[in-house]
Design a protein around this ligand. Structure first.
Ligand code: SAH
Length: 257
C-alpha cells in the first residue's frame, strides 16, 4: 500500500533585505498555509509526552522514545492532524495503530522485565513484536531495545511498514512477514515479547522463545469476554503471570494473508 507522506507547509517569511529585494527574480509567493497542531510536530509531540507523564508514564526511557518518533509519518495524510492525539487510528486492512498511551504503557511494562530490575538506565536486548502494523511501535521499541524483530501477517501492512521505516534507516529493526503466533525462532531467545493483537491465550511458542529474565506483554481474552493486558515473566523459578487492566486490540489471527 502506498503511503503518502504529509508535507509540512513552510512558513514564508520575508528575508530579503531592502538592498537585495530589487534584484531578486520575481517568484510567485504561495499564500501562507495556516499551521494546525500536527504541523509543528516537535512541539506537539513534546505536549503528547507531557500528557503521557501526567497519565502516569514515569520511565524516562519510554518518555524519551515516545518523544523521539514522528507518529505523523506513520498515518495517512488525511489523519495527520490527529497523529498526536491519544487515539488509535486506522492504518488500512481493518487494522489500527494503537493509542500513544497504550504503546507507552506496554513498553513501560516491557522494561520492567526481571532482568532489568534495578537497572533504570539499561536497554532491553532483543525484542519480538507481534503485529508490525504501520511500524510505529517498532520504531519506538528501537529506542529501548538493542534489536527489534517485528512480524506481521498481512503482506500489505508489512510492506507499508517497510516503506514507513525506510527513511529512518534503522539497522536494528528487522521486519518479517509471517504468522507471529509461532513467534520467530531465529531471533530467540528474546528479552521481551510484545503483542499488538489479542488472542485467546499467550501462545506457548512465545513462552518458549522468551529468555530467562524476560517478559511478555500481550492483550488476551479475559474471563469477562473482553480483553485484558497480561504480563508473563520467565524467571529461574518458573513463570509468573499477572493480569492487568482491560484493553481493546484487534484480534490475533493465524496464517498469512
Ligand atoms: N504495532 C502496530 C499496531 C498494529 S495493529 C503499529 O504500531 O501500527 C496489530 C497488527 O497485528 C495488525 O496489523 C494485524 O494484522 C497483526 N496481527 C494479527 N495477528 C497476527 C499474527 N498472528 N502474526 C503477525 N501479525 C498479526
Amino acid at each position: 500500500m502506498a503511503t503518502q507522506r504529509p508535507s509540512f507547509p513552510v512558513r514564508l517569511t520575508p528575508t530579503a533585505s531592502a538592498a537585495t529585494r530589487g534584484r531578486m527574480p520575481a517568484v510567485p509567493v504561495k499564500p501562507m498555509v495556516p499551521s494546525t497542531p500536527s504541523m509543528a510536530s516537535n512541539a506537539v509531540r513534546a505536549r503528547m509526552v507531557q500528557k503521557l507523564a501526567a497519565q502516569g508514564v514515569s520511565d524516562p526511557r519510554v518518555l524519551r522514545a515516545m518523544g523521539a518518533v514522528d507518529r505523523h509519518l506513520f498515518v495517512d495524510s488525511a489523519l495527520v492532524n490527529q497523529a498526536y492525539e491519544d487515539t488509535s487510528l486506522p492504518i488500512g486492512l481493518g487494522q489500527t495503530i494503537s493509542k500513544p498511551s497504550v504503546v507507552a504503557r506496554m513498553i513501560e511494562l516491557l522494561l520492567g522485565a526481571p532482568a532489568l530490575i534495578g537497572k533504570p538506565q539499561d536497554k532491553l536486548g532483543r525484542v519480538l513484536e507481534i503485529g508490525t502494523g504501520c511500524g510505529y511501535q517498532a520504531a519506538v521499541l528501537n529506542h529501548v531495545a538493542s534489536e527489534v524483530y517485528s512480524i506481521e501477517r498481512l503482506r500489505g501492512l508489512h510492506e507499508r511498514a517497510r516503506t514507513n521505516l525506510r527513511p529512518f534507516r534503522l539497522a536494528t529493526v528487522h521486519l518479517m512477514l509471517g504468522d507471529g503466533m509461532i513467534g520467530y525462532a531465529k531471533g530467540a531467545p528474546y528479552a521481551g515479547i510484545i503483542a499488538a493483537a489479542g488472542g485467546e491465550a499467550v501462545p506457548q511458542a512465545w513462552v518458549d522463545q522468551l529468555a530467562v529474565g524476560g517478559r511478555i506483554v500481550a492483550p488476551t481474552h479475559s474471563a469477562s469476554g473482553g480483553q485484558a493486558l497480561v504480563v508473563i515473566d520467565k524467571t529461574a523459578r518458573g513463570l509468573e503471570r499477572l493480569v492487568l487492566e482491560a484493553v481493546h486490540f484487534v484480534p490475533l489471527k493465524s496464517g498469512i494473508a
